[in-house]
Design a protein around this ligand. Structure first.
Ligand SMILES: C[S@@+](CC[C@H](N)C(=O)[O-])C[C@H]1O[C@@H](n2cnc3c(N)ncnc32)[C@H](O)[C@@H]1O
Length: 259
């Protein structure tokens, strides 16, 4: 496993109080579950979930797909365990540790009718290549349904850095136009956007929340700031009102049905 993927996994493994800090993630997962409930899925669909975390999407989507057969996965073993505790294992639900960016090769794997994921694929090193590998695991007519973060997420935090000539450690996220330009086996996705805002009490609360959900791993090229610079950024962020924007993209790709 690459060094960055290992650090991402460690941070999520350590996020034992994820649910306390993850109100936004829960809302996004519920929205994706509603969207999935409206998709024309095959009967008794085989479903692969990537980056299940503690199970917000799993729990919200399962009731609408009562006859589904689920393989629920995450790169972080402790997250898989938390999700298993929430959902419970059964004949139609299995759990596994899996790096969704490097899933099993399609040969030898029964294809899936739905591959879903909420707020996990933004951690992929190469989003388009990772989505392509997942798309290759779909049966004809199958859906890839993911939410991810787009440009503008944490804009206030990034602006607080930029105003001081500094670069933020939060990863940079793609423009929605770049998501719209992705083709998976020639197929374009339906990309839907929503914008949300979370207000924090102060800058430490924002940083604690990021760390609390395991999302504190900086972007690949980031060099940590000196303590004095970080304090200046935090004062700037607080002067701006302690808001954090989230620009969420829901991406739906369908493998063409068999003729
Ligand atoms: C912000 S949480 C979202 C969890 C859950 N889907 C939710 O909506 O609450 C991101 C999750 O993605 C997982 N993750 C990060 N990179 C991953 C990868 N390459 N493959 C699979 N899971 C990954 C993390 O371990 C974490 O559980």
């Amino acid at each position: 496993m690459a060094d960055r993927a290992f650090r991402i996994r460690q941070a999520f493994d350590a996020a034992s109080r994820y649910d306390e800090h993850a109100g936004l993630q829960r809302r996004v997962a519920t929205g994706l579950a509603d969207r999935i409930a409206g998709l024309p899925l095959a009967p008794r669909p085989r479903i692969l979930e990537i980056g299940c975390g503690t199970g917000f999407l799993t729990e919200a989507a399962m009731p609408a797909i009562a006859d589904g057969n689920w393989l629920v996965t995450d790169i972080a073993p402790a997250m898989v365990a938390r999700c298993r505790t929430r959902i419970g294992e059964g004949r139609a639900v299995r759990f596994a540790t899996l790096d969704g960016e490097r899933p099993l090769p399609p040969e030898g794997v029964d294809p899936f009718d739905l591959i879903c994921s909420s707020l996990a694929v933004q951690w992929f090193g190469d989003l388009a290549a990772g989505l392509s590998r997942l798309f290759a695991l779909l049966a004809p007519g199958g859906w890839l349904a993911v939410t991810t973060l787009a440009d503008g997420t944490f804009a206030e935090w990034r602006r607080a850095h930029a105003a001081l000539g500094l670069a933020a450690g939060t990863p940079s996220y793609p423009m929605v136009e770049a998501l719209r330009a992705i083709r998976l086996d020639g197929v374009a996705g339906m990309i839907e956007e929503s914008r949300m805002m979370v207000r924090y009490d102060d800058a430490p609360a924002f940083l604690r929340a990021l760390k609390g959900i395991g999302a504190g791993t900086p972007g690949p090229a980031h060099r940590p700031l000196a303590p004095g610079s970080m304090r200046a950024v935090m004062r700037r962020f607080e002067a701006g009102g302690c808001d954090a924007s989230y620009h969420v993209a829901t991406c739906l790709f369908r493998r063409p049905p068999a003729p």
